[in-house]
Design a binder for this molecule. Structure first.
Ligand SMILES: *Cc1c(COP(=O)(O)O)cnc(C)c1O
Length: 221
């Protein structure tokens, strides 16, 4: 029981079981395909998977091309430099890693008119780690307002990569931030949080999107 198909079915089952047990809606599974092949993505697509996440444009470019006839929803989840936003704005449906206004403004300007609004999650540095990207929690609301005001972007919600110490508590604070945004009248239905080790904790706190790579595809090269 260790093929890609087996791992996919087991993971879907684990997510469904957790949602049922916790009495929460089942989150979307975002299959993080960075450092994995187009062939593996294609195989998961045939099993019904639609949302895939990539972290580096240089690597994603070839895969998006190779798989362009499929109905894949591509999510960009990697680090963003303001001089490298154009291909992201042109080729992705979602960006999860927006953490400053300059990046948002460039994505807005570079989003082609014929495409629907680019869905944006703000990456929150929820545990205030020096090594991690993300807007600090106390600045998330202001950034959310700026994103909301920009054309061709649609604020979807918040994303985080918590520290290992206490992810449950970090997820709880993310849910609190989401509530703050909603109280301010902003759209923030998405909480992109939870990976293979902590997906049950994330679902318990209201995750709507789980980002999972290794547990699905196996180890990266
Ligand atoms: C790589 C990555 C993941 C998936 O990590 P795995 O350990 O392979 O499951 C999730 N989120 C982000 C932002 C990532 O960069």
């Amino acid at each position: 029981m260790n093929t890609l198909e087996d791992r996919y079915r087991q993971l879907r089952q684990r997510i469904a079981n957790a949602a049922l047990r916790l009495n929460k809606p089942e989150p979307t599974l975002l299959a993080v395909s960075k450092k994995h092949s187009s062939a593996a993505i294609h195989e998961l697509y045939q099993l019904g998977q639609r949302d895939f996440g990539e972290s580096y444009w240089q690597e994603a470019d070839a895969k998006l091309n190779a798989l362009s006839d499929l109905n894949i929803v591509w999510h960009f989840i990697g680090p963003l430099q303001s001089n490298k936003t154009r291909p992201i704005a042109e080729h992705f449906a979602w960006v999860h890693s927006v953490d400053r206004e300059k990046i948002a403004r460039r994505l807005s300007e570079q989003r082609p008119d014929h495409l629907p609004d680019l869905k944006i999650c703000l990456q929150v540095n929820i545990d205030r780690e020096e090594t991690k990207a993300g807007v600090l929690p106390e600045h998330a609301l202001a950034l959310a307002k700026q994103v909301t005001a920009l054309p061709k972007l649609k604020l979807a919600g918040l994303m985080c990569i918590p520290a290992k110490t206490d992810p449950a508590e970090a997820f709880q604070r993310m849910a609190g931030l989401q509530a703050e945004l909603k109280q301010a009248g902003l759209s923030a239905d998405t909480l992109s949080m939870g990976m293979s080790d902590d997906l049950e904790l994330a679902i318990a706190e209201g995750s709507t999107m789980l980002r999972i790579g290794t547990a699905l595809f196996g180890e990266r090269e």
